[in-house]
Write a protein that binds this ligand. Structure first.
Ligand code: GLA
Length: 369
């Protein structure tokens, strides 16, 4: 049924978040970047009405009937695929049959948004096959809805926006309420190091939804639409009115929003020592107030943060495991990488997976000649 050679390839990156953690679903601010690792999808058309997808990670292939309304997906990653296809069906698009072979160089469950990369990749496959596109913001929201409704993960908009809208060499500042974005140039003097704690996280496990619920409770108790509407200036007078743990959760969000603005200003000024200090404070706040770090991430951030040439290191993503991100001096990148490998091996008792990366473009198509 499939032609022997694929017709086009979709490249869909993972992301790391530099700062602004657990702020997106509080209508706040975030500053992620897409990385030069992610998923590749080699696609060819089929003559029937089926989507057939396989992954180099093994497991059974995913088969979806496109001629019928898609209401649910099977298997771990099949749910994300089904959710995106259903989103385009809802728009009234007739999706032609296709086969996709997916290869990945991104740790799954490592907090680098392998799921958003999959969703945005499938969305781009559909748009390429149909020869038309939706607005990129609508595309990111369609992917987020797929994750909510088909995978049961109540995520914010950061990952899908980062993966869809990122630009090479830039971080993406997102106002998660207005959905306005700004591309913040990172220059060439810094590099990004990602360190996998090896602790697998799953956002569907309940901790993420619990934090989201606590933040909503805090906003309700403060009679604000969202924690975004509490400023750092007024926080000291409002804090005593909240019970625990809502007080600590809210303190993280309020202070983290301020840190995102301060980080973006420092990045624009090339003031990396200040940006690094803000990352350290962000990690401490996630560890102590938001309680989404884990001992392995704390040890990594502590060990890597001491290495000369590292401006700052923090956990990145939803937490409860996953990866840490370090902002480092590009001219010392290979020395820092070697030192970080040694320091983390001592701190963890095993050699971690770590890699240098750079700010990459969002999901894109490569047409084969
Ligand atoms: C996950 C979610 C995002 C965001 C982060 C925490 O990655 O998918 O929407 O909430 O956690 O900042």
């Amino acid at each position: 049924m499939t032609s022997p050679r694929h017709e086009f390839t979709v490249v869909s990156p993972g992301r790391v978040n530099l700062i602004g953690e657990h702020t997106d679903y509080n209508d706040g601010f975030v500053l992620p970047l897409a990385i030069d690792r992610g998923l590749r999808m080699d696609v060819c058309r089929r003559l029937d009405d089926r989507a057939v997808l396989s992954s180099d990670r093994g497991g059974p292939s995913v088969e979806i009937e496109l001629g019928l309304p898609i209401t649910a997906g099977r298997g771990d990653w099949g749910r994300y695929v089904a959710g995106v296809l259903a989103g385009y069906q809802r728009l009234g698009w007739a999706i032609p049959g296709f086969a996709a072979r997916i290869t990945a160089d991104l740790p799954t469950g490592g907090g680098l948004s392998s799921s958003a990369a999959l969703e945005a990749g499938i969305a781009t496959v559909v748009e390429t096959l149909c020869g038309r596109t939706v607005d990129p913001v609508a595309k990111a929201l369609l992917c987020q809805r797929a994750e909510h409704e088909f995978a049961g993960v109540p995520c914010g908009i950061m990952d899908q926006f980062a993966v869809t809208l990122a630009r090479h060499g830039h971080a993406l500042f997102i106002d998660c309420r207005s959905r306005e974005v700004a591309h913040v140039p990172l220059g060439t003097s810094i590099a990004v190091l990602v360190i996998d704690s090896g602790v697998k996280h799953a956002l569907g496990d309940g901790g993420y939804a619990a934090r989201r619920h606590e933040c909503e409770t805090a906003a309700r108790l403060l009679a604000r639409p969202a924690l975004r509407d509490v400023s750092g200036m007024e926080w000291p007078s409002l804090a005593p009115t909240l019970p625990e743990p809502e007080r600590r959760r809210a303190r993280h969000v309020v202070t983290e929003n301020d840190r995102v603005h301060a980080f973006a200003a420092a990045a624009r000024a090339g003031d990396w020592p200040t940006a690094g200090r803000l990352m350290r404070k962000s990690h401490a706040s996630l560890r102590d107030d938001f309680e989404v770090s884990c001992p392995e991430l704390d040890r990594i951030c502590d060990a890597v943060g001491r290495i000369a040439g590292v401006f700052g290191c923090r956990m990145t993503g939803g937490g409860f495991g996953g990866c840490a991100v370090a902002l480092i001096d590009d001219s010392r990148a290979s020395d820092v990488e070697a030192a970080a490998r040694a320091a983390c091996t001592t701190a963890l008792g095993h050699e971690p997976d770590l890699f240098l990366t750079a700010a990459a473009a969002g999901t894109r198509v490569e047409v084969n000649a």
